[in-house]
Ligand binder design. Sequence first.
Ligand code: URP
Ligand code: ZN
Ligand code: ZN
Ligand code: ZN
Length: 505
Amino acid sequence: SHNRLLIKNGKVVNADGMADADLYIEEGVIKQLGRNLIIPGGTRTIDAAGLLLLPGGIDPHTHLDVEFMGTKSADDFYQGTKAAVAGGTTMIIDFVLPAKEESLIDAYYEWRRRADEKVCCDYGLHVAVTWWSSSVKKEMEELVEKHGVNSFKSFLAYKGSYQLSDTELYHVFNACKELGALPMVHAENGDIIAENTKKLLNAGITGPEGHEMSRPEEVEAEATNRACVIANQVGSPLYVVHVMSKSAGNVVAAKRDEKLSNGEECVIFGETLAASVGTHSHGTGYSCWSHAAAHVLSPPLRPDPTTPEYLMRLLANDGLQLTGSDNCTFTAEQKAVGKENFTKIPNGVNGVEDRMSVVWEKGVETGIIDPPRFVAITSTNAAKIFNIYPKKGVLAVGSDADIVLWNPRKTRTISAKTHHHKTDYNIFEGLTCHGVPDYVIVGGRVCVDEGELKAVQGLGNFVPTPTFSPTCYPAFKPEENGIDKNAIIHEEIAALRLNNTSSKP
Ligand code: URP
Ligand code: ZN
Ligand code: ZN
Ligand code: ZN
């Protein structure tokens, strides 16, 4: 029967270590973990010898089916989550993006409507606060109390559409603090970008190279620092999305370190992207307009070629904690709207499918991180920060059966010819990655089976993210979420832990 499954002979990798263990699943939940399990007859068995069992990836940053920059992202919740599952991601957290003056609650319902029937895996929602008033604050409260939202993103960029002032940011962070929610920021100085853009266009610089030139590193670092200062003044934690530069990464790492060494509970979290560790800026040295335009996102990929490895090293030493994709895809035709003017190129790249492979290749395969840290930065930390751990983000008894059987010896070469996005190019085109998900199990169902994708539209559910209590991380005490904590065999896993988890598999 497809609701019972035994995975034998694999190596379980959690964020806190690795152990050889068999794993038994029933009704979408991990029921047993260990050796010599007693299993009912007629259970399907998968032999995972030579494979690593990872908690399914959690992508904390996607934009599926969203109206943005005058167009709509190409991957909807079906295509986007199908691509996610193909690559070993079993949960996404997408951003509700209300228009200015639009009710946040209406926008939230619209996202539920777009997603619920289509998702091939579980999903959660962040809500962007794109304007501010007392009614917005009331809506935030309702979203937190009734609708399972615990995170709100504000923009320091996109002047004229989503950008908030420092006063407004202060109020949003403060509301989050009062509600037990986590403020998130897109950190770039939108005022400076607007002025730089005018200058560049006046000087006749209209190509994709103008995008990065209008918003260099320090414009990101300044906004990152400012957001950290506002959060500190308010006394809220802060999550910085898509950290794209060495300078901004250093700000996050330093601010976080300062708070942790002061023993503060409201800390800073930093997310970087598969794109920023896995590909490069095209600067002025591109030969093909659409190739360069394909790489346009905000904040931009940096011309400094040492950036990807630097960001990976920050992920390794906990200067940064998570990797997202910021999957916000546009076809070449959609990108071409900006042919005469880089400011009209819709911002966004792919990544929800390839994030796991790219991070493995650039992190584990290079020896910068070990497999447990890979699990932390692709799954566990997102589950902890958004308060759905240990339901998600760990292979433990009682946790959801979202599992990837990862083959670290196989390779695949990323290509638009074989990807599952709706777009006609892939920013990682040609990159060969070790690490292939031979099987992906979504809520107990085998959705990649011996490499064959069998994603099921509508299989996923909305996962409410509960508020934080009493304060924030590291006191982010995961709430019970209906899981019997005594059933979790973390200690057993720890006891089985290999001496050297940093050796390559
Ligand atoms: O360029 C980007 N990142 N597009 C998606 C929207 C956002 O700002 O995250
Ligand atoms: Zn953003
Ligand atoms: Zn290229
Ligand atoms: Zn984004």
